[in-house]
Design a protein. Structure first.
Length: 988
């Protein structure tokens, strides 16, 4: 580096930055699978060009990830292009991305040279990148250390090791990862990798191994990486003396290498690895084949060039020098080179990165992602149904015979824990049909779709046809042969009863009752049979639910993250002969997988018999012939009771299925309140909030008759409302009589009890006041204010409701909103009385029966939560929201109405489907969405149909169809919901 006067340094830095800024890129990337410590996410980072002719970019390993990567880069002039992984180091935090230089047409690309030899203490540096996600930031600092150990970011995330790091104080934040650390001459002396959260300290990766790898990949060579399966840590000489290092060895090393201040000490030795039972923790590394080892770079130089060879390793232990012959292992072979996806779970082989700080051998199978199951991520899998799973080959063979809906016992242990666990796993091959084996080939992954036993699907010619050269769709009429094939295979599809046919499905079609499963009461209940309420506890069942798709979900309304994991609530048997179960606050959609457990002994399938979104309860049905058990049934009160008398005694039951306990309390009603939402139903039971807290997941019973008089239920899982069970009793009686289930009605209006004083202030006449108060009839009476009314109703916010069907209002009169198709009401509006006609709509329209998954977004018709927040006219009949906000490209994560796709107006689901199918693979689609509070907004969404194809779900009656519009083929999977044998006989 040339000597520069201090006064001139600023101008030199200005010139240096102006040259190098053309080499800096923003990296926008996705990790599509859970591998090692990675999980699916969308993020951005930095990188820089090191070879402009071949289009090679350096960035961090934690940016590229250990699994499937897709991304694009953006230069400082906002030109962008796709990138692919060229190389990713198995251990150190660097990798190479490759782009086509011909794709960049409007800027002259530069390149930055790598000069690891220029990284010295005191060197003034600049970090050029995208700090905090901002386009081009320039941070300054000075190198303070060049021989610090690799930083530790945490136990459950990626960490580099067996290398030095450079330290400086530049205060870089997220988005700077992958930035070059340049000196005043514009040479890269380090690679920004990380930093401390609550300080200005930053960590840079030295470039020795980066430069070596770059020279190899430039010549299309294979980057070899070797290791002793030992984690080394650099210790200062004074610390080494504590380990027993004699003065003569220290003196010799200090004299020969005066700039060196320490030696390498073994921190961890991989169990059953090449060095196990030879090198021990605390050993001081002295030499390899007689060559002194003073730092990591010397050791790497030897090991990387001798994979598969044996070296003589000399270490100092206690008071003696020891020598061992150790074979050099291939680091790439110890990394994740294959993963398997099945039933929403992801598995891969154990890797060096996962065992670097644990007492684990590098063998066996890791559960990288438990998906919808109860198996923890990053767990070592030992057995399934008692059969050992030692590698992915055995795992794939087992899954080829796995069946939908069947339970399998998984024996596993979370890494860094000591105890094994055994949990039941039910594979849902309807919502999670993919069985994929992915093999790494250099920087890319080859996906192979496998088929399970009976896991057949109807394959049709693809609807989406991307022309790679022209980047456009080919019209169906251009390929006559393809059309003929389509017609033929569509006919074939009609002959297939179910594209995914499992043994359990075959059993469902039988008229013969399934074999009964005997059971006895568990000790937890048998021990309290003398208790007066034991018969109530014997009606409790555990309801296990998972929502594989973020559909009809209140999570989306408040920007919550969707989880497809199973969760449990309590259900109550209300008819043991028909197998009817009542459950609340748990099932919001038919896009749910549900099963029940009796007494923690027997698991049975159920069908969703009835869903009432207005009062938020569901009725499930199991087959009583499948179980022999002393099950009791709760008796529901047939009396419509909306309010308690103050001081009235009740029993509340608050079961917690996760803890297998149930709390019973005696409560008194302290006060009451009334509030009704015609959209949610009028049978709202209104007790004081303290009681609601206790009965948030339970029931209230009459202390004298043990009849259930109330249940917890709400349209939102975090806000409980105690409701009467009159409506449940009415529906149950309909089922018992074998009559069609009642069709509830719906109107999107919310009322609250108002005062006559408020009504007077708004123009209510004294004559009307007397009329409203003259006929109480034991009811609540009075007037009600309209708090919310959507545009599709005749109500307006602020209306005061006076009469329904010409009668003064009692609480029972609100039933008109959920039972009548049309009726008249008298309202006070703008100080004038006005009669309006109210038309309701079927409540069944609130339940979604069709949706699209596209590029990590969900498209469906508005559900009840959305309807209750929209006052203006709908711009279309469908909304969009992220299935996972960590992956979606939507600008607004709120639930928004979709109005345009690539400037084409869309109003219906059919129009939306056609527009989405017209978007070519590998291109961007412009989606216009509208939120009532903020107006239209555009989002640019990248379409990658290899990883995120358009998937359509349709529920017609009890028949489901899943259509996946892939690039190569269109896959159709259909199935029928499970139904009890008694119901099948009735259908026949």
């Amino acid at each position: 580096m040339s000597l520069i006067h201090q006064n001139d340094s600023s101008s030199v830095w200005l010139d240096t930055v102006s040259r190098t800024v053309k080499c800096i890129v923003s990296v926008y990337f996705r990790h599509h699978e859970a591998v090692e410590f990675d999980h699916p996410l969308k993020s951005e980072a930095s990188g820089f060009v090191v070879d402009k002719e071949q289009g090679i970019i350096v960035t961090n390993r934690h940016v590229i990830g250990a699994g499937v990567f897709s991304g694009k880069i953006k230069f400082h002039n906002f030109e962008e292009c796709k990138v692919e992984v060229l190389y990713c180091d198995p251990i150190h935090d660097f990798g190479f991305l490759k782009f086509n230089p011909k794709d960049i047409k409007h800027v002259t690309i530069g390149e930055i040279s790598l000069r690891p030899d220029l990284a010295r203490v005191g060197t003034e540096i600049r970090i050029l990148g995208n700090d905090s996600g901002q386009q081009l930031s320039i941070l300054s600092g000075f190198i303070s250390r060049v021989q610090r150990n690799a930083p530790h970011y945490g136990d459950h995330t990626y960490n580099d090791f067996n290398t030095f790091y450079i330290q400086a104080a530049a205060n870089a934040k997220g988005g700077s990862s992958g930035s070059p650390v340049i000196n005043i001459d514009g040479h890269a002396v380090g690679l920004q990798a990380g930093g401390m959260t609550f300080s200005t300290t930053d960590y840079f990766l030295p470039l020795q191994r980066v430069k070596r790898a770059l020279d190899i990949v430039r010549g299309n060579g294979l980057v070899t990486r070797g290791c002793l399966q030992t984690v080394w840590e650099h210790k200062a000489f004074n610390t080494c003396s504590h380990y027993g290092l004699p003065d003569d060895i220290e003196g010799r090393i200090r004299k020969k290498y005066p700039d060196n201040v320490g030696m390498l000490v073994a921190k961890h030795v991989v169990k059953d690895g090449n060095s196990d039972k030879k090198i021990q923790v605390g050993d001081i590394l002295v030499s390899v084949d007689g060559e002194d080892i003073i730092d990591f770079s010397v050791l790497d130089n030897i090991l990387d060039e001798s994979v598969g060879k044996t070296h003589s390793i000399e270490v100092f232990r206690d008071t003696e020098l020891l020598k061992f012959d150790v074979e050099v292992a291939d680091l790439h072979a110890l990394s994740c080179n294959e993963f398997v996806k099945f039933g929403g779970m992801t598995f891969h082989n154990m890797t060096y990165q996962l065992v670097r700080s644990t007492n684990e051998p590098i063998d066996g199978v890791i559960v990288a992602c438990g998906g919808p199951t109860d198996v923890n991520c990053r767990s070592r899998l030992y057995k399934i149904n008692g059969k050992a799973m030692s590698n992915l080959t055995e795992l794939k063979e087992f899954f080829q015979n796995a069946e939908h809906g069947k339970s399998y016992a998984f024996e596993f242990r979370v890494i860094k824990t000591t105890n094994r666990e055994n949990r039941s796993v039910r594979f849902d091959l309807h919502f999670y049909p993919d069985f994929v084996s992915a093999v790494k080939n250099g920087g890319t992954w080859t996906m192979d779709k496998l088929v399970t036993k009976g896991g057949k699907s109807t394959t049709l010619p693809t609807v989406i046809k991307g022309d790679k050269k022209e980047g456009k769709l080919i019209e169906a009429g251009e390929e006559k042969e393809g059309e003929a094939d389509t017609d033929k295979k569509v006919d074939d599809k009609k002959e297939v009863e179910a594209a995914v046919t499992t043994e359990s499905d075959k059993k469902d079609d039988s008229d013969t009752a399934e074999k009964k499963i005997p059971t006895i009461l568990p000790a937890s209940i048998s021990d309290i049979t003398s208790v007066s309420y034991a018969h109530i506890l014997q009606s409790f069942v555990t309801v296990t639910v998972s929502r594989p798709i973020n559909c009809d979900s209140a999570e989306s309304v408040d920007n919550g993250l969707h989880s497809d994991e199973e969760y449990q609530k309590t259900g109550y048997v209300i008819d043991k002969d028909l197998g009817i179960i009542l459950t609340t606050n748990v099932i919001f959609s038919y896009f749910s997988t549900v099963y029940i457990t009796f007494f923690d002994q027997v698991r049975l399938p159920v069908s969703i018999k009835y869903i009432d979104l207005q009062q938020n309860y569901a009725l499930l049905q199991y087959d009583p012939s499948m179980i022999v058990a002393p099950v009791t049934e709760l008796k529901l009160s047939g009396t419509k009771k909306n309010n308690f008398v103050i001081g009235e005694k009740v029993h509340s039951y608050a079961p917690d299925p996760s803890k297998a306990i149930c709390s019973r309390m005696e409560n008194s009603i302290l006060n009451t309140r009334f509030s009704t939402d015609a959209g949610e139903g009028c049978d709202t039971l209104l007790v004081e909030r303290e009681l609601e807290k206790y009965v948030g997941c339970g029931i209230l019973t009459d202390p004298e008759t043990d009849e259930v008089i109330a249940m917890a239920g709400s349209a939102t899982t975090w806000r409980s409302r105690v409701r009467g069970v009159y409506e449940v009793h009415r529906v149950l009686e309909t089922i018992r009589k074998g009559e069609p289930l009642p069709e509830k009605r719906f109107i999107n209006v919310y009322f609250t009890k108002s005062t006559l004083l408020h009504a007077r202030d708004n123009g209510l006449s004294e004559e009307r006041v007397l009329e409203c108060t003259s006929d109480q009839g034991g009811g609540s009476g009075g007037v009600y204010s309209t708090v919310f009314a959507s545009s599709d109703t005749p109500f307006k916010s602020g209306d005061i409701l006076l009469k329904i069907e010409g009668k003064n209002i009692k609480e029972d009169d609100f039933a008109a909103f959920s039972t009548l198709e049309e009726f008249e009401v008298l309202v006070l509006r703008d100080h004038k009385e006005e009669t309006i006609t109210v038309k309701t709509q079927p409540a069944s329209e609130l339940l979604t029966s069709r949706l699209f998954l596209w590029c990590d977004n969900v498209f469906q018709k508005p559900w009840i939560d959305v309807r209750q927040t929209r006052t203006s006219e709908w711009p279309s009949e469908m909304v969009v929201f992220p299935d996972s906000s960590q992956l979606s490209d939507l600008e607004n994560y709120n639930v928004c109405f979709v109005t345009h796709v690539n400037s084409k107006r869309v109003r219906t689901m059919d129009e939306l489907q056609k527009s989405l199918l017209d978007v070519p693979n590998g291109t961007y689609a412009t989606i216009v969405t509208e939120l009532e509070t903020s107006g239209p907004q555009t989002s640019s969404i990248y379409c990658n149909y290899e990883t995120n194809p358009l998937i359509e779900y349709v529920r017609n009656g009890r028949h489901w169809t899943r259509t996946e519009y892939g690039v190569q083929e269109t896959r159709v999977i259909d199935w029928d919901e499970w139904t009890p044998s008694s119901e099948k006989k009735e259908e026949k």
